[in-house]
Design a binder for this molecule. Structure first.
Ligand code: NDP
Length: 488
């Protein structure tokens, strides 16, 4: 069993407080690693290393071409260990192996995408009403603190680090204290490829303390956060200390809207995959299924017929389609929402309990759960459960579907199922969400922006938009008149 240290200033370092945290496999409770339970001093050391690397280190002088090449090497490093990283991801956060393999490949693709983009960052020249040469340059923001959640550990690390490094920033990444292992393996890739010291630091530790220091420390210029909306509010408050730039990727309660003219088989698959991929621990999960009344019966029967195919088990066991939840505490939270749904009068169609086979009793499993007859005012329809719980609500018209879809504080993602292209476009235009899928659910591309409307966040990750969040914009104005201003 490995004990990991923090990666600070290009070196492995133990926490100054000397505390360790045990990491357990949520699928069977086994102890799999120990990591540093870092305190504020550790985070300060990482911030100082990043500050030094940005202000006086080589990174700002490294050409965009060379930064790009370094990101390609990171992608290669991830690919070379893809299997090991995927298995570690399964053991640390519970997802099925096939999903973890996809995440690891996508993390490598993300570094490659931003490696290529590093040389395409550019300013522009504007025609101004004066005899001047006026142009815009884009520059790195400086030192970026990055805080990520536990559901997509390496992928979230890639989404944060790749654009930031491509733009020339120096970073301190704090993974979730529950799932830090693949981010720490990524740090080892940084060490192997000799990424200059201090450019990317990985510090493990709790949000209260380590995360707060990163958020409030005035040597940090920008904070990029993915996590819950409640924590997002705290990050905004903390970032006010020195008016940090912020980007926030927060929660969702996403509508997946099925019209009567949809391909039934495809929408059944899309409804189940939207709700239950990654155990439903997905910010963009299609957890609110809105179904046109006339096909409600067929859709529900179709979903129930397929539920037995969602095999629960440890993510490394063959054929498993749904792993355990991340922790006992999180399972308790999901179960409390199931109880709440029953007390609110929703009709439980399937699941709602832990699986029977005793070989799963040491993991934090909950069966895929579907509630029918859910009304929009019920809390199970309004609050993010972040587990395998799908609510079904019916509608009678396109107008009502749009109204229900938008009846939420969140605005991250939405799905629309119809074979009528005009209807698909009409509804997509009216839904207030950062990502709208039509006749599909969940595909995410490094090339395309990701982020939310309303309380689902601020800013966008991925694509050209993702790198923008890590750039300052400077105008340079060169007077071409040779005579003095002559104002006085
Ligand atoms: P949390 O908000 O609880 O935590 C996210 C990260 O923030 C963790 O690293 C956590 O540290 C840290 N943190 C907690 N409190 C503070 C604080 N006061 N100051 C600084 N950092 C802090 O979210 P979860 O980890 O539970 O993840 C689930 C949430 O993430 C869901 O709401 C989900 O929707 C959202 N999410 C959003 C995504 C998007 O793209 N929009 C993608 C993935 C998830 P620690 O836990 O280690 O103590």
């Amino acid at each position: 069993m490995k004990t990991y240290e923090n990666y600070i200033d290009g070196k492995w370092q133990s926490s100054r407080g000397g505390k360790l945290r045990e990491i357990h496999d949520p699928g069977n409770g086994e102890l799999i690693a120990k990591v540093q339970e870092s305190n504020r001093q550790d985070v300060v050391a990482a911030i100082q290393a990043a500050r030094k690397a940005f202000d006086s280190g080589p990174w700002r002088k490294t050409s965009a071409l060379d930064r790009g090449k370094i990101l390609f090497k990171i992608a290669e490093g991830i690919r070379a260990q893809a299997r090991k990283l995927a298995e570690l991801e399964v053991r640390n956060c519970g997802k099925p192996l096939a999903e973890a393999e996809f995440d690891i490949a996508d993390a490598a693709n993300c570094f490659e995408f931003y490696g290529g983009l590093a040389t395409k960052i550019h300013g522009e020249t504007m025609q101004v009403p004066a005899n001047s040469l006026s142009f815009v340059v884009r520059e790195p923001i400086g030192v970026c603190g990055q805080i990520i959640p536990w559901n997509y550990p390496l992928l979230m690390a890639a989404w944060k680090l790749a654009p930031a490094l491509a733009a020339g920033n120096c970073c301190i990444l704090k993974p979730s204290e529950m799932t830090p292992l693949t981010a720490l393996e990524l740090a080892d890739i940084f060490r192997q490829i000799e990424l200059p010291a201090g450019v990317a630091n990985i510090v493990t530790g709790p949000g209260a303390g380590a995360g707060e220091e990163l958020t409030t420390n005035t040597l940090v210029d920008k904070i990029a956060f993915t996590g819950g909306t409640v924590t997002g509010r705290k990050i905004m408050t903390g970032a006010a200390a020195n008016i940090k730039k912020i980007s926030l990727e927060l929660g969702g309660k996403n509508p997946n809207v099925v019209f009567a003219d949809a391909d039934l088989a495809a929408s059944i698959d899309g409804a189940l995959f939207g709700a239950f991929a990654n155990q439903g621990e997905v910010c963009s999960a299609g957890s609110r299924l809105l179904v046109e009344k006339s096909i409600h019966k067929q859709l529900v029967e179709g979903m129930l017929a397929k539920i037995p195919k969602i095999k629960l088990g440890h993510g490394l066991s063959p054929g498993v389609k749904m792993g355990p939840l991340i922790s006992a505490t999180h399972r308790d939270k999901v179960e409390s929402y199931i109880k709440l749904g029953l007390s609110e009068g929703a009709k439980l169609l399937c699941g709602g309990k832990r699986p029977e086979p005793s070989d799963l009793s040491t993991g934090y499993f909950v069966e895929p759960t579907i509630f029918d007859n859910v009304t929009p005012n019920m809390r199970i329809s309004r609050e993010e459960i972040f587990g395998p719980v799908l609510t079904v609500t019916t509608f009678s018209s396109e107008e009502e579907a749009v109204k229900l879809a938008n009846d939420t504080d969140y605005g991250l993602a939405a799905g629309i199922w119809t074979q009528n292209v005009q209807k698909a476009v009409r509804v997509a235009q009216q839904v207030r969400a950062g990502i709208v899928w039509v006749n599909t659910y969940h595909p995410t591309f490094n090339e395309m922006p990701w982020g939310g409307y309303k309380q689902s966040g601020i800013g966008r990750e991925l694509g050209l938009y993702g790198v923008d969040e890590y750039l300052e914009t400077k105008q340079v104005n060169i007077n071409l008149d040779e005579a003095p201003i002559g104002w006085y």
